[in-house]
Design a protein around this ligand. Structure first.
Ligand code: ADP
Length: 195
């Protein structure tokens, strides 16, 4: 199997690149943001509980997202692998993911970190907020909150994956197609190495 984590701050292009990667490599897409928004749209208890966190730009509690991801993996066996987008976002989530994948006799092969500076990210998110309908993209203070959460809780994950020798940095500014081909180069290297 080919399991990839796409990593980076809000607005870095994880969703856009994930869509291209999953088509190219026939992977199942796990976006915890999308799954949480779907729960909210369905009016489930989980969705209602998550809404306040999301709208304030805070992370949803680990147990909630970990359970959701476990279900998704269990119900999507038979694909060539998974692309994890917006998950893991904490060290606890990353440790749980390692355990979960071990239970399915597989592992993460590569973590692709998209690098974009903060001012560019704020611009992109505010622009997206005009059409996405996402409350958390419409207000600059919520966006700044998401960056603070990212820096405090998610950034340390790059060290977690560097220690495993799986982390690769990719410049997330430029043409979508150029960034995609830089990502494919990294993915193809791990495929050839057969790790
Ligand atoms: P972005 O990457 O632009 O912030 P996402 O759609 O990935 O957008 O996430 C939107 C919100 O959903 C986050 O700000 C957070 O509140 C919640 N969320 C998504 N994934 C996770 C996760 N793995 N752990 C905790 N909260 C999450």
């Amino acid at each position: 199997m080919l399991n990839i984590v796409i990593f980076g701050p809000p607005g870095a292009g994880k969703g856009t690149q994930s869509e291209k990667i999953l088509r190219h490599y026939n992977l199942a897409h796990i976006s915890t943001g999308d799954l949480l928004r779907a729960e909210r749209a369905a009016g489930s208890e989980l969705g209602k509980a998550a809404e306040a966190y999301i709208n304030q730009g805070q992370l949803v509690p680990d147990e909630v997202v970990i359970g959701m991801v476990h279900n998704f993996i269990a119900h999507n066996q038979g694909k060539a692998g998974f692309i994890f987008d917006g998950f893991p976002r904490t060290v606890k989530q990353a440790e749980s993911l390692d355990e979960m994948l071990l239970g399915f006799q597989t592992t993460i092969q590569v973590v692709l970190g998209l690098e974009v500076e903060e001012d560019e990210l704020v611009k992109r998110l505010l622009l997206r907020g005009k059409t996405s309908g996402r409350v958390d993209d419409q207000d600059e203070s919520t966006i700044r909150n998401r960056f603070r959460e990212y820096q405090a809780k998610t950034m340390p994950l790059s060290d977690f994956y560097k220690a495993q020798g799986k982390y690769r940095d990719i410049m997330g500014i430029g043409e979508v197609e150029d960034i995609f081909s830089a990502l494919c180069t990294e993915i193809d290297q791990v495929k050839v190495a057969g790790v």
